[in-house]
Design a binder for this molecule. Sequence first.
Ligand SMILES: CC(=O)N[C@H]1[C@@H](OP(=O)(O)OP(=O)(O)OC[C@H]2O[C@@H](n3ccc(=O)[nH]c3=O)[C@H](O)[C@@H]2O)O[C@H](CO)[C@@H](O)[C@@H]1O
Length: 364
Amino acid sequence: MFIVERPHSASKRLLIAASGTGGHVFPALATAECLSDVEIEWLGVPDRLERQLLGDRYPLHFVQVEGFQSRPGLSTLRVLYRLLRATLTCRRLLQRGQFDGVLTTGGYIAAPAILAARSLDLPVILHESNAIPGKVSKWFARWCDLIAVGFPEAGRRLTQYPTLHLGTPVRASFLEPPPLDLDIPEGVPLIVVMGGSQGAVAVNQRVRQAAPAWFDLGAWVVHLTGENDPDADSLQHPQYRSMPFYHNVAALLQRADLAISRAGSGSLTELAITQTPAILIPFPYAAEDHQFHNAIGFMEAGAARLFRQEHLSPQQLETEVTTLLKDSTQLQQMTTAMAQLAIPDSAKRLAEAVRQHLDARNKS
Ligand SMILES: CC(=O)N[C@H]1[C@@H](OP(=O)(O)OP(=O)(O)OC[C@H]2O[C@@H](n3ccc(=O)[nH]c3=O)[C@H](O)[C@@H]2O)O[C@H](CO)[C@@H](O)[C@@H]1O
């Protein structure tokens, strides 16, 4: 077998397995940004978001994996077969590339990466960003050297494993946001609508119905609609900007007075870092209702209002936002509460933990 020749003093090599959504890829990317002394390559799944989000920053390898359906059947056999094949591919990749360890942010891609690394006795660090750990995290945690958790609740659900509450890494731009390249006048109240990395059609519909009342109060709305909303262009107003995806969310949230958002772990973490009060509408079909559980801590801290999508009419959303826009004391209290939930150096801390495990391997 061909193996990369490597001088003894060369830098460490890390394989990052992170795929599928912004919520999985961005924290890994943020951690990678803090590991400039480590050679990084990426493991993903064909046709998922990582191709677009990574650009050509890291060599990207692919394996075919998919999730288990809740009912066992023929598809379970196919999933197991693909998992086995992906594990073997990943094992070969780790061996040929002489990697020193693996970092994964969970999801389907984590399974072959963890199994392959374990079979070669390489250290594996898993980052679990949700309050309720995903299936793969729960099943494969036993083979990880460290499980870094974004929310303390996840740590309480994985007590039998070595967990560390480090928060969820955010991209460096969130710590020093670049200027906002959108024509929003200074001083006007700004509402940002964000449905996770893929948008949220049900939230979009409610927002479009409710927004005219907010415009009447002088507010502007920036609406990140996602790619899948057929009516994304149906609302036109001088105080309204909509786009499927925006790369400078850091500057946008920094400028926003209020966000209306799903409750993915990435968005919540960024709302805390940018101290943006929020109305949270968790994705109702998230596995084990994890978005609702992610959001509970934010509601209890007084940083956000939390609504079940099925109980939130456009009229109610309109009233909630209008009331908040008129109550600057309340918004200020929510801003302060958001700030207290932030862990701004999470990426650095996770990078340091990764580095320690890579170093420990070479010493042992
Ligand atoms: C629908 C679903 O199951 N989503 C899950 C998915 O995250 P999903 O990607 O849906 O949502 P997250 O809130 O975790 O992350 C969204 C990320 O996309 C970025 N963004 C969004 C819109 C945009 O225009 N530009 C942009 O950069 C946000 O800044 C954020 O960094 O994985 C997360 C981590 O396991 C989970 O918590 C979410 O529940």
